[in-house]
Write a protein that binds this ligand. Structure first.
Ligand code: ZN
Length: 182
């Protein structure tokens, strides 16, 4: 999902590096907590007339590899370090802190019934950023594109629409990091 090199999705890491450089220059678009992420998702959902679920906070857990606990009932709060019982696993697990801000769109094409945005971030940092949420909305309906040029073009166009002052910077960062957009 969020981490690492994926041979089937060669632009993924380049896109992450490009957007991260823009995010770090624009803390004014940080989304502090889940409530702030919710407000921004609601705003984009209305503007784009796109149906997505969430946002939900997601957590990694000890010995879970890259599996996630998705906090749909919104009970975990800031759970890093806590041990929680997970009914789906039938056991208690220790929740791990995140190294970076990350978000994900779980496509209904891949997981029927999902179509939801999940977010995570390190303890003590903003949970997300407006550009990350626009990134996820650009995935909706483009499952097969992954982070390829069609998705990248949609990401630029939605950034132009919703975060106009960041669009040229994102395009410049795409160029620096070798992200192609059609
Ligand atoms: Zn993505």
């Amino acid at each position: 999902m969020i981490y690492g090199w994926d041979p089937a999705d060669p632009q993924k890491l380049r896109a992450y590096h490009a957007q991260s450089s823009v995010m770090l220059h624009h803390p004014e678009h940080d989304l502090k907590d889940l409530r702030a992420v919710q407000r921004y998702v609601d705003q984009l959902r209305a503007a784009e007339n796109i149906a997505v679920g969430g946002p939900f906070r997601a957590w990694l857990f000890e010995d879970g590899g890259d599996q996630l606990i998705i906090d749909r009932p919104r009970k975990l709060g800031d759970a890093a370090g806590k041990r929680v019982y997970v009914a789906a696993l039938g056991t208690k697990v220790r929740i791990l802190p995140w190294a970076d801000r990350a978000s994900h769109y779980e496509e209904p094409e891949q997981y029927p019934g999902y179509g939801e945005i999940t977010v995570g971030g390190p303890p003590g940092s903003p949970l997300s950023h407006r550009l990350l949420i626009v990134h996820e909305f650009a995935h909706v309906g483009r499952h097969k594109e992954m982070h390829g040029p069609v998705w990248a073009a949609a990401f630029l166009q939605m950034t132009q629409h919703h975060l106009q002052e960041l669009r040229d910077e994102l395009f410049a960062a795409f160029t620096v990091h070798g992200v192609q957009a059609v």
